[in-house]
Design a protein around this ligand. Structure first.
Ligand SMILES: C[S@@+](CC[C@H](N)C(=O)[O-])C[C@H]1O[C@@H](n2cnc3c(N)ncnc32)[C@H](O)[C@@H]1O
Length: 240
């Protein structure tokens, strides 16, 4: 994976998500032992909509973070953006089932070029999306542009535990067990080899906090969830 260029990587990510769509939610829940639900719920609990009462969910996929946000904050309007129409279509069915179609709006678009004016949202978030985006600073700058001054960014991402026995255990899980389980259920087992590699390649907490700072976010905080296999990074857009 180290040898491929950004454009190739982006088209690989697009292909991966287009081949696993029907099973995406199921595999997420199985492979994380349903922790993914708790992680998104925790993220929604950290949101502080205070001005426009709107939240932008980028790389929204099948809309689980959008749904958690809308359910947690009464009256919140949510916009979900993803470049995969098929993922959004699956999400739209879930919104209809939950009667949330009027509060969550879905738009096909690229995280690097969001179709919104400056300062349109109180908060912007991305769950399990930034890992797949080669230009992380650019994506984080774009999120900063569309958030109001004083607004928030929330980045939820899988990571590799930093120390100890759990790191060794998780290494075995990611590289041995996960490809087998995923191979049994997924039509695209290489997608889960990519998943393992991309988690191991993800920047450390200090490095990622540096990337956020470079993109103009301040007051950066990171929470380790489930022994550090997932992290939530929070940041604030400085007020003028
Ligand atoms: C692992 S899924 C996460 C989906 C969802 N946020 C969740 O919590 O399950 C990653 C999503 O990011 C989307 N994605 C990756 N790069 C993107 C980009 N540059 N712009 C928009 N969406 C992107 C993919 O299409 C995919 O739906």
């Amino acid at each position: 994976m180290d040898d491929i260029g950004d454009a190739e990587r982006i088209s690989m990510v697009k292909e991966i998500f287009s081949t696993i769509i029907g099973r995406y939610d199921f595999l997420n829940h199985v492979l994380s032992l349903r922790r993914d639900i708790a992680w998104r719920r925790f993220t929604a609990g950290q949101m502080r909509p205070f001005s426009t009462r709107s939240f932008l969910d980028v790389a929204a996929g099948t809309c689980d973070l959008s749904i958690e946000a809308a359910m947690r904050h009464a009256g919140l309007q949510v916009v979900g953006v993803d470049f995969s129409q098929a993922m959004l279509d699956q999400g739209r069915d879930k919104l209809a089932e939950r009667g949330l179609g009027g509060r969550i709006h879905l738009i096909r678009g690229d995280a690097l070029c969001l179709p919104f004016a400056e300062a349109s949202f109180d908060a912007a978030g991305m769950a399990f999306g930034i890992r797949n985006i080669p230009h992380k600073v650019k994506a984080l700058r774009e999120l900063r542009r569309v958030v109001v001054p004083g607004g928030q960014v929330l980045i939820l991402e899988l990571s590799f535990p930093q120390t100890g026995w759990f790191r060794r255990f998780y290494n075995l899980y990611l590289n041995r067990l996960l490809p087998r389980v995923a191979g049994a259920f997924s039509p695209n087992p290489p997608a889960y080899r990519y998943l393992a590699e991309s988690i191991m390649d993800f920047p450390s907490v200090v490095q990622f906090a540096g990337i956020m700072r470079q993109a103009g976010w301040t007051e950066i905080r990171a929470y380790a969830l489930t022994l550090g296999i997932c992290r939530l990074f929070l940041g604030r857009k400085p007020e003028p």
